[in-house]
Design a protein around this ligand. Structure first.
Ligand SMILES: Nc1ncnc2c1ncn2[C@@H]1O[C@H](COP(=O)(O)OP(=O)(O)OP(=O)(O)O)[C@@H](O)[C@H]1O
Ligand SMILES: [Mg+2]
Length: 452
């Protein structure tokens, strides 16, 4: 039976710096030294691979992952690789700890919405449709009721054909308008929803008679359907709990809310969420829907405060909770909003439920490989000496600093009329842009001068 799968909306944009990462680069659970855009960091990648299997097998419920390691050692990169491995159908939502402090929403609301975005609901629906290749089409037009100069479709007569049957249908204006809007022509394979009159064009039929093919566009070629014209077709939609919350909130708020609802940034009431949970449970019991727990990734988790942490702990207990992946580069530090010191600034009760994965500082060789990958990604050509020099800078300052210098160095090279970055270009931008340690030291010296 034909299926139409709609990809869920994905929830992360902060991948500019990580666009080279395509996956964890594992084979049979073992990390290849360089693969899928990732270099080294073997143990962390293999641990992440196990997490991916556990998520797929539904064995991660109620647990979380914590990625710890010094700045620039690939914590965010590995979380993104996990998302890539999980594939399109598993929701992945990324949030930075500081994002919970929003002016428009309570902290708990930001977290709640993020959690519900990270849970997918695959809804299965059977609908009666007329499906076949168009062999005859006649649309009757009439004058527009309010604009006499305009013609609008009034009705249509359409003949559909499958391998086993041919049928002529008379349709009302809803279908006629749809047929015109979708640009349906002879030789197209289409379906018409028997109830709503919605029309979908699947593509051009491979077996369409030659003279009926007018335009040679890059349209998808589809086979001539089999069986009866009127059939039950299975549709699969994947939405998130948050999508359903928004829809429910709009529909229960009446016309005003539909018009002025504003959608995403609005707070959603508890009743709405309970109603959605109830509906989803019903659908699951009836076999019409399936829940796909996704991943909520919270970067710089030490930015969360005690209230946000307790909300998170409680939410992890609930039946409909995503898998939570946290990352931090802090060691022993104060939990925000308290005077309590705790490992990674995370309360102990939450820490107890986390599997911890550590990322290690890179060797010069690994830094070099990462710079090479980023240079390719940013389409920057490097001379061997420039690559060596950038590698030294990466080891001495930070990987991120070295990577950030790539594009400015390329700009300088181009101004000099070259399309390859030389050592002098890197030296030039190194003098112009400083790394964070330098910028902090600079201001500190300045402050000290002031105090004298
Ligand atoms: N093993 C790796 N292979 C390829 N690229 C990597 C690897 N590790 C890090 N990178 C890249 O290096 C840059 C810095 O890494 P990333 O942002 O993941 O570090 P981080 O550990 O999250 O740092 P922070 O603690 O500052 O958040 C990113 O562009 C990332 O994609
Ligand atoms: Mg990070």
């Amino acid at each position: 039976m034909a299926r139409i799968v709609e990809a869920p909306k994905r929830g992360f944009e902060r991948i500019g710096a990580h666009s080279h990462i395509k996956g964890l680069g594992l084979r049979d659970g073992k990390a290849l030294r360089i693969a899928d855009g990732l270099v080294g960091q073997v143990e962390a990648r293999e641990a992440a691979g196990i997490v991916v299997s556990m998520v797929r097998e539904g064995k991660m419920a109620g647990r979380g992952i914590l990625l710890v390691g010094p700045p620039g050692t690939g914590k965010t990169a590995i979380a993104i690789a996990i998302a890539k491995e999980l594939g399109k159908d598993t929701p992945f939502v990324a949030l930075s700890g500081s994002e919970v402090y929003s002016a428009e929403m309570k902290k708990s609301e930001v977290l709640m919405q993020a959690m519900r975005r990270a849970i997918g609901v695959r809804i299965r629906e059977y609908r009666k449709v007329y499906e076949g290749m168009v062999v005859d089409l006649d649309v009757q037009m009439t004058r527009h009721p309010y604009n006499p100069y305009q013609q609008v479709p009034k009705s249509a007569k359409i003949t559909l054909k499958t391998r086993d049957e041919q049928k002529t249908l008379r349709t009302d204006e809803t279908v006629a308008i749809e047929l015109i809007n979708k640009g349906v022509g002879l030789g197209d394979v289409i379906w018409i929803d028997a109830e709503t009159g919605r029309v979908a064009k699947l593509g051009r039929c491979i077996e369409a008679p030659r003279e009926e093919v007018y335009d040679i566009e890059a349209e998808e070629k589809v086979p001539l359907p089999q069986g009866p014209i009127l059939k039950d077709k299975e549709f699969v939609h994947t939405v998130t709990l948050h999508d359903l919350d928004v829809m429910q909130a709009r529909s229960s708020g009446g016309l005003f809310s539909l018009l002025f609802g504003g959608g995403e940034t609005r707070e959603i009431s508890n009743e709405v969420r309970q109603r959605v949970d109830g509906l989803v449970r019903e659908w699951v019991d009836e076999g019409r829907a399936e829940i796909i727990p996704g991943v909520l990734f919270i970067d710089d988790v030490h930015m969360l405060d005690i209230e946000a942490f307790s909300f998170l702990s409680r939410a992890m207990e609930s039946e409909l909770a995503p898998i939570i992946i946290l990352a931090t580069n802090r060691g022993l530090t104060r939990i925000r909003g308290t005077d309590i010191e705790s490992p990674h600034g995370i309360p102990l009760d939450l820490l107890d439920r986390l599997l911890i994965i550590r990322t290690r500082p890179y060797t010069e060789d690994e830094i070099k490989e990462i710079i090479k990958i980023r240079a390719r990604e940013e389409k920057v050509a490097l001379s061997d000496e420039a690559l060596e020099y950038l590698t030294k800078l990466g080891a001495m300052h930070s990987l991120r600093y070295a990577v950030q210098l790539l594009t400015p160095a390329f700009e300088v090279a181009r101004k000099e009329g070259r399309d390859r970055v030389m050592v002098t270009d890197v030296e030039r931008v190194k003098g112009l842009f400083v790394d964070v340690t330098q910028s902090v030291r600079y201001l500190k010296e300045y402050e000290e001068q002031f105090l004298k």
